[in-house]
Ligand binder design. Sequence first.
Ligand code: 3PG
Length: 216
Amino acid sequence: MSVFETIARYSVVPVISIDDAKDALALADALIDAGLPVAEITLRTEAALSAIAQIAKYRPEMCIGAGTVLDEDQLNEVQDAGAGFALSPGLDVATILAARNFGLPFAPGVMTATDIQNAVRFGCGMVKFFPATAAGGLPMLKSLAEPFRHTGLCFNPTGGITLDTMTDWLDHSLVQAVGGSWIATTQDISDGNWDTIRERANIAATVARKFAADNG
Ligand code: 3PG
């Protein structure tokens, strides 16, 4: 199973901004215990690379990826750290080509038809629709995605998605997974609120599983 197929199976990806790498394994354990062993750790903090490396090394059952990957150097770094996939908030052709070169599954961020056209042109199979809610929400995605349906491109919306809205997004046939920071907030990670994170992850995973079961 490819990494994006694995992500599609979970349907919901915790987006993480972690301040201290010492919290990485406890975070991973909370997500694993909750039945949601997947996360995008964003490169927005000093701790991110080390957190990815620890989880990749000591919790191999986690599907661990890197977010906010802005260029080829960072792509190289996250691959060295053991990330199994990477995403970026916008679309940068050089980074897409580097990811293809490295063999690292990569989803660039898209918000316009031009972005999506470039993603298709440069061989992406998955894109991150970002910032999903602020960019026009589901009506915008529906309009944007339709002209590209025949290409087989799939979407991972993130930005402003919550437990209450996640299934609205998952109901779109080209959406394979949603991402969101509500499951494990930076504050809850710093405070060591593992029970809270475990519970939110468990609820999100349960909602995603039920949605999949009810919708074939
Ligand atoms: C991100 O990459 O920042 C994600 O889109 C998370 O957005 P959220 O905080 O609105 O869930």
